[in-house]
Write a protein that binds this ligand. Structure first.
Ligand SMILES: [Zn+2]
Length: 332
């Protein structure tokens, strides 16, 4: 017991040896390899800077931002051009390095995808474009369904381009929807997610585990394209796909923790994966976007959570900084 002049003993009098605290984590730089920060507010982007984000990849491929339904190639092309148009200003405003991922996502059927694929080669040559994606087979589309073989062909074509241009591919792996719980009034849909769910098309994959089936098709596309596993980062890794991706491929897995309220993945899942498989092929991303309730501080918070869950500082540094640097061509 330490002598304190308090009138009676307080907790402080009973403290054992103080644990060593990981003060270096307070200033550990980190990289977010999957977000849509060009759609966020200035203040949200500032939150990235305030919490130590050193570099990020802003992904322009999402159908969420195309105003017209059905979606045509031109709509997606506009998203790419808009991101290119604004990227440098975002860097100048916030000081972090902002690079781009451009892709054809299959969350909605695009009427003339070949036009996009033809145009993509030249975009791949731009120094600010450091990856293709996000893309990946999805079990069900918004607005108009896209048959699964055609989806896979579009994913494979992008992987072939990635191979030619020596770029990594950011895969969008579908999360398995969690069962149970109440659902919201159908006319209001899910709060925090700007999506007209009444436009959901019938699923194109309807086996026991369509989310995993999609990932297997992506891996088949990767193999058929001849793209090295280590050039592929599977974002939205979760309980449902981790074992398959870890054991059957050499791909990287990135756990999306910026909208845990929707997909249920948290730093705890990341810690479990590190315990089981080591940190070598693991990353963490936020997927922050303006169409969804997301948290720009999520990755910084995860750094502290991982430590609390028993992950050591070297492993944390590897998953939030070093692995992204190895795979993506960031300058800093
Ligand atoms: Zn995303």
């Amino acid at each position: 017991m330490t002598d304190y002049p308090t009138s009676r003993p307080t907790d402080a009098a009973y403290l054992g040896e103080q644990p060593e605290l990981p003060r270096e984590l307070l200033n550990l730089p980190w990289i977010d390899i999957h977000n849509h920060a060009h759609t966020l507010s200035w203040e949200d982007r500032e939150r990235y800077a305030l919490s130590g984000c050193q570099s990020m990849m802003m992904v322009a491929s999402g159908y969420h931002w195309t105003p017209y339904k059905p979606v045509s190639a031109d709509d997606i092309r506009f998203l790419w051009d808009d991101a290119i148009n604004r990227r440098a200003a975002i860097e100048r405003n916030h000081f972090f390095e902002a690079k781009l991922g451009l892709g054809v996502h299959t969350g909605v059927r695009i009427e003339n995808p070949d036009e996009l694929l033809d145009a993509m080669a030249e975009y791949c040559e731009l120094p600010e474009v450091i990856a293709i994606g996000e893309t990946g087979v999805t079990p069900g589309q918004h607005v108009a369904s896209w048959d699964v073989d055609s989806q896979q062909a579009v994913v494979q074509a992008q992987m072939e381009l990635a191979d030619e241009h020596d770029l990594p591919v950011l895969l969008h792996t579908p999360n398995q929807s969690s069962d149970g719980g109440r659902s919201y009034r159908s006319e209001l849909a899910v709060p925090g997610y700007e999506k007209n769910t009444s436009l959901g098309a019938d699923p194109v994959l309807d086996g026991d585990n369509p989310a995993l089936e999609s990932v297997k098709r992506d891996v088949e596309a990767m193999r058929d394209a001849g793209l090295d596993d280590r050039q592929v980062v599977a974002s939205h890794a979760d309980d449902n796909n981790t074992e398959y991706l870890m054991e059957e491929t050499e791909c990287y897995l990135s756990y999306t923790i910026g909208h845990s309220w929707l997909i249920g993945v948290t730093a705890e899942d990341v810690a479990d994966a590190i315990d089981e498989y080591g940190p070598e092929r693991i990353m963490v991303d936020t997927d922050c976007a303006n169409v969804l309730r997301t948290d720009p501080f999520a990755l910084k918070r995860a750094i502290f959570e991982l430590y609390r869950y028993g992950i050591d500082e070297d492993a944390i540094r590897q998953v939030v900084l070093e692995n992204p640097r190895t795979v993506f061509d960031f300058e800093s």
